[in-house]
Design a protein around this ligand. Structure first.
Ligand code: COA
Length: 168
């Protein structure tokens, strides 16, 4: 499965040919403080290998998001996350710092949300650290609300969620 293209963006599977771009995406200096060690080029290799496993196992993962001219914007897609023992489908998104605050994350994630609904996902979450204001803005724009706080990946996360299709 692959989300529909949007006015400015299109999706495609991530491959090892994207290593330089994915390294740039994951290791870019982040203006918002993060509570984990800086990512390395080796993390980018593991990131792509994780998506290749996701595509094979779930028919979804994080996809490359690029402009219709093929310029990398970031990644966005679906992964399965263990949230305190429950498997949840999460929408995830990363945008290159130079391209932020232009609505790219919401535009991409809206297409991903609608793709998830079309493929039968009935509950979508976004796991967001309490201090990640930008990500919370994206989650709210997708129609998600905080459902609870969970301990995931070594820290507290706000579990934003929504039922799909929206309004159901
Ligand atoms: C989170 C992220 C993907 C947002 O990307 P983006 O393309 O800048 O987001 P958008 O332009 O679509 O912004 C949508 C809304 O999010 C909120 N938002 C985005 N950046 C924000 C910021 N720096 N401060 C406050 N709110 C912000 C706003 O509500 C914004 O709407 P507005 O611009 O109309 O006010 C980007 O900041 C990023 O890549 N961060 C690092 C990776 C990350 O944290 N991913 C999420 C992990 S849970």
């Amino acid at each position: 499965m692959l989300p529909e293209p949007t006015a400015r963006l299109r999706f495609r599977p991530m491959t090892m040919a994207d290593l330089d771009d994915v390294t740039a995406l994951l290791t870019a200096p982040d203006p918002v403080p993060v509570d984990r060690p800086a990512r390395t080029p080796d993390d980018a290799v593991r990131w792509i290998e994780w998506q290749e496993r996701n595509y094979a196992k779930h028919d979804f993962g994080l996809w490359v998001v690029e402009t219709h001219d093929g310029v990398l914007v970031g990644d966005c897609g679906l992964t399965v996350q263990d949230v305190e023992g429950t498997a949840e489908v999460e929408v995830g998104y990363h945008v290159l710092p130079a391209l932020r605050r232009r609505g790219h994350a919401v535009e991409a994630a809206t297409a991903v949300r609608d793709c998830a609904a079309a493929h039968g996902v009935t509950h979508l979450v976004a796991l967001v650290r309490p201090d990640n204001t930008p990500s919370q803005g994206v989650a709210r724009a997708l129609g998600m609300e905080v459902e609870w706080t969970a301990y995931v990946h070594g820290g507290d996360a706000l579990v934003f969620g929504c039922r799909l299709p929206l309004g159901s």
